[in-house]
Design a binder for this molecule. Structure first.
Ligand code: SAM
Length: 324
């Protein structure tokens, strides 16, 4: 059923987009099991999901009672024509269980774009937004969630850690990374033309695309956020040199953060996956420039040529400090 619906409803313009890939239910289950306590009595909105195709919708439909949801809403996105929304508000058929028979389908006047006034009205009603939004609109997508003060669990790319807007929100402890990060494999539509090497077709003909730097973003509390990194390395000047332009030492691996260094350290951006705000503080690089001649960086990270040590640039780093 799903293939027919997908092929039938996609326009040519949409087919060219690389944003069409679909999250597996096992990945959704693995992440969402850590948030169970947050869902009781809540309205969940999947606003970048074809409800007849998305496993986010499926997960919440199957777990509606188990999670104690109040309402589940999903809007379907069309490029250029009016769309529809699906809702579950409980056991409307009265057959003793919540399932697909309880789905209420309502046409939309607009196309289901998450920014459309109709979708924004639904957003206002929602408590928690859960989806895998188009990565090409990620900044705008997160900005809208913040504007409407929504709780969320969404999939993104770790590159987003270095976007000025996203890094600032992470630094301010307004959003953080969820539990899993790294490789994730997504279903891609039949029309998908493989450009990347990380692509396979299985024995049933289903096409899959794997991505290596996927992570979850949330602003709901999870126990991982309270787990401290276990540190064991001792600081020494040779292994932890200072940057040329910042008053901070460089640490090449998150697991190498020295246990006995109380100053400012530059660490790989994947530190964000391990960040416990009770253990560390994330800093803005502009506050640690060695002098005024070092340019102010809007993004707040140690990056590009300004990350150099003895003239040789390192990878992007974020500055952190232990909490005392
Ligand atoms: C990465 S896919 C993920 C789909 C689904 N959430 C999942 O994880 O299986 C992003 C989805 O967002 C939809 N989309 C693209 N632009 C959108 C927009 N402006 N508003 C709402 N949805 C959009 C796409 O059609 C696509 O299905």
């Amino acid at each position: 059923m799903t293939h027919a619906i997908l092929n039938g409803s996609l326009s040519r313009a949409k087919q060219n987009k690389q944003d069409e890939f679909y999250t597996q239910i096992k990945d959704i289950e693995q992440e969402l099991k850590h948030y169970k306590k947050h869902f009781q009595g809540k309205v969940v909105f999947c606003n970048c999901d074809d409800p007849e195709w998305s496993n986010f919708w499926k997960y919440f439909e199957l777990n509606f009672d188990h999670l104690g949801l109040k309402k589940l809403i999903s809007t379907h996105y069309e490029d250029d024509k009016p769309s529809y929304k699906l809702e579950i508000i409980g056991d409307v058929t009265g057959d003793g269980k919540v399932d697909y028979k309880d789905i209420i389908k309502t046409p939309l006047k607009q196309n289901g774009d998450f920014r459309s006034p109709e979708a924004v009205e639904i957003l206002k009603e929602a408590d928690i937004v859960v989806t895998n939004p188009p990565f090409s609109l990620f900044r705008e997508y997160v900005a809208q969630l913040m504007e409407y003060n929504k709780k969320f669990i969404i999939i993104g790319n770790q590159n987003a850690y270095t976007y000025k807007e996203i890094f600032t929100l992470i630094q301010q402890n307004k959003i953080w990374s969820g539990n899993k990060s790294g490789d994730m494999e997504f279903k891609v539509p039949d029309y998908y033309e493989p450009r990347a090497t990380r692509y396979r077709q299985d024995e049933t003909g289903q096409k899959w695309r794997s991505m290596g730097n996927i992570c979850w973003f949330t602003n709901l509390d999870i126990s991982k956020r309270h787990e401290s990194l276990i540190l064991y390395k001792q600081y020494n000047q040779e292994e932890y040199p200072k940057y040329d332009k910042y008053d901070a030492i460089n640490v090449n691996k998150v697991s190498d953060i020295p246990i006995d260094f109380e100053g400012v350290m530059g660490v790989p951006i994947t530190f964000i996956d391990k960040y416990n705000p009770e253990q560390f503080e994330i800093l803005n690089c502009n506050d640690y420039r060695i002098n005024e001649s070092v340019p102010i960086k809007a993004h707040g990270l140690v990056k590009d040529k300004d990350s150099a040590i003895n003239g040789k640039p390192t990878y992007a780093r974020i500055l952190i400090k232990k909490r005392s």
